[in-house]
Design a protein. Structure first.
Length: 368
């Protein structure tokens, strides 16, 4: 018997998630100087992290010999104040991806259905399959989640619905009024998982807390990986009713979030000046890329996130050419959009470089 044969069917059928390539890998493979490479592939914050968060992380290193607080108390208290909820309504994860997995552990059985848009964040599908549940994918309309069709896809077997806003990879949003109405129509056996990974990039993010107050089955997910610039730390959180949080706490590992990450995240919440400046610079960057794509005659999807989809004709080819020129972006074939690239909004200089390399890559494409 091989290990492959011994593995559970859910594992064997699991496709491998392809993350954005690290700069070091590309440098090694192409013989490029790592310092000459820019990565606009994983929606990381090009402005780094808050200096306050980094100072707190460094201070926490002085007690690397101690296990972290298993309950992330300080972080939950600070979040409770920020959101006017109670600390018992927060679960902290090793990235918000871990909370997606905790939801699977707690709620998904073989035969269950999970409704999600397509294309949306691939981890929804991976988690669904990992627990033997079936992903019911509902096509986006105008690159946007069509909440009416999502509601129509719900059956007696549906256990969860994933809705991200802004969506990854399209950067499109749904309004607060639409989302509230959608959630209030869902049957009582369905949990709405509202993924707010990019909410801080919006001027006014939808507020689904009224649904929690009404006792509806909803959990909202946020992350420190994007606007807070702490992707390396792996920390995110969910807020929901205390009952749901208690279940997720039963299935998570006791020390799932390390002490350095807890300290950094707690301090990051205080630095609204940093996040506000990132939000403004991101808006300018979106504008810069939109104008640049228009100048190149390229179709793009107007985005509310820190990334943007652009139609380059042959996504795999242009991805390869850009990478050869030291610009890492994300090809969208795995999302069923082979003509498209997803580009993270960088600094003004990085956006300029991307546009210049894209111009040359497209010019040499039409030449051959
Ligand atoms: C980046 C991202 C996340 C956050 O992932 P972490 O595990 O917190 O780093 C969650 N949802 C979506 C849609 C994302 O793009």
């Amino acid at each position: 018997m091989t290990f492959e044969e011994l593995a559970k069917p859910e594992v064997r059928s699991q496709p491998v998630y392809e993350p954005g390539k690290p700069i070091e890998d590309v440098a090694r493979e192409l013989g490029l100087d790592p310092a000459s490479i820019i990565k606009l592939a994983s929606n990381e914050n090009p402005f780094g992290a808050s200096p306050r968060a980094l100072a707190a992380a460094r201070a926490a290193l002085n007690h690397a010999e101690l296990y972290p607080d298993p309950g992330c108390f300080a972080l939950r208290v600070k979040l409770a104040t920020k959101w006017k909820l109670t600390p018992e309504q927060f679960v902290i994860g090793n990235g918000s991806n871990e909370i997606l997995e905790l939801l699977g552990h707690a709620f998904l059985r073989p035969g269950d259905e999970v409704v999600m848009g397509n294309p949306a964040f691939v981890v929804y599908k991976l988690v669904t399959r990992l627990f033997g549940a079936t992903a019911i994918e509902v096509p986006l309309v105008n690159h946007t989640h069509d909440l009416g069709s999502l509601a129509a896809a719900v059956t007696a077997k549906t256990r969860m619905v994933f809705v991200p806003s802004p969506n990854n990879p399209s950067g499109t949003t749904n309004t607060e009024a639409e989302l509230l109405a959608f959630a209030r129509r869902l049957p009582d056996h369905v949990i709405l998982v509202f993924d707010e990974a990019y909410a801080e990039y919006l001027e006014a993010a939808p507020d689904l807390r009224p649904l929690i107050a009404e006792g509806r089955k909803v959990v909202c997910l946020r992350t420190f990986s994007k606007i807070y610039g702490l992707a390396a730390m792996r920390v995110g959180y969910g807020y929901a009713s205390a009952d749901l949080v208690a279940l997720l706490n039963r299935v998570r590992q006791p020390f799932n979030v390390n002490a350095i990450a807890q300290a950094a995240a707690t301090a990051a919440l205080d630095d609204t000046e940093f996040t506000e400046s990132c939000r403004r610079k991101n808006q300018a960057g979106l504008q810069q890329l939109a104008e640049g794509f228009s100048a190149l005659g390229l179709e793009f999807v107007p985005s509310h996130g820190n990334f943007i989809l652009v139609n380059v004709g042959d996504g795999a080819d242009v991805f390869g050419k850009l990478q050869g020129r030291g610009v890492i972006v994300r090809p969208m074939r795995a999302y069923g959009m082979p003509a498209w690239l997803r580009v993270t909004v960088g600094t003004e200089a990085q956006n300029g470089r991307l546009l210049a390399e894209l111009r040359s890559a497209l010019a040499c494409e039409s030449a051959d």
